[in-house]
Design a protein around this ligand. Structure first.
Ligand SMILES: Nc1ncnc2c1ncn2[C@@H]1O[C@H](COP(=O)(O)OP(=O)(O)O)[C@@H](O)[C@H]1O
Ligand SMILES: [Mg+2]
Length: 158
């Protein structure tokens, strides 16, 4: 008897997530496209609150922290500037590819670091929840996010 029903599934390779104080974390990068180009507005590190957690979704109890803080302190620490540069570069590439295939104006990317420092792309969300992520961003980032949001809402109107 087949293990799976008729539906289609795809399996992702399991990633040995990097940890902060022994708890796994992943990374949220929010990009918005108020006009012609994608802008990176919010970032955060979502840290599970249990050492053996399998998922690091905020909806499942993980907590948002400022990305730069976690990159400076996590257990397998690498050069934070190199990591952030790569995250920004990759996020723009992913937004550009997805944005050319789908009519997206905002995208929340789940990225992960493995314990060796390699960056992975986990998933893209086209309606990302940003309320808690916003709280761990600086004023400039929050203003940029709100400005892009207003711009997009304005465009949707009559
Ligand atoms: N390939 C993977 N390897 C390890 N952990 C993963 C992997 N894919 C997802 N996760 C973990 O599971 C969480 C939820 O997965 P995700 O693909 O973001 O689905 P969703 O947010 O829609 O539930 C991620 O935030 C991450 O903590
Ligand atoms: Mg997710």
């Amino acid at each position: 008897m087949p293990l799976l029903a008729e539906e289609k599934y795809f399996l992702q390779q399991g990633i040995d997530l990097a940890t902060y104080r022994n708890c796994p974390f992943d990374i949220r990068m929010v990009l918005q496209k108020p006009n012609k180009v994608w802008r990176l507005t919010l970032t955060s590190a979502k840290v599970a609150q249990k050492e053996d957690a399998v998922v690091t979704n905020v909806a499942r109890g993980a907590k948002d922290y400022p990305l730069q803080d976690i990159l400076q302190k996590y257990d397998q620490r690498r050069n934070p500037l190199v990591t952030i540069r790569e995250l920004v570069d990759l996020s723009h590439q992913i937004a550009s590819v997805l944005g050319s295939a789908f009519p997206m104006k905002i995208i929340g990317l789940d990225m992960a670091l493995d314990k060796k420092g390699k960056i992975w792309f986990l998933e893209g969300n086209n309606q990302p929840q940003c309320a808690r992520c916003k709280l761990v961003n600086d004023k400039l980032a929050r203003e940029k996010y709100e400005e892009a949001r207003r711009w997009l809402q304005g465009k949707k109107g009559p």
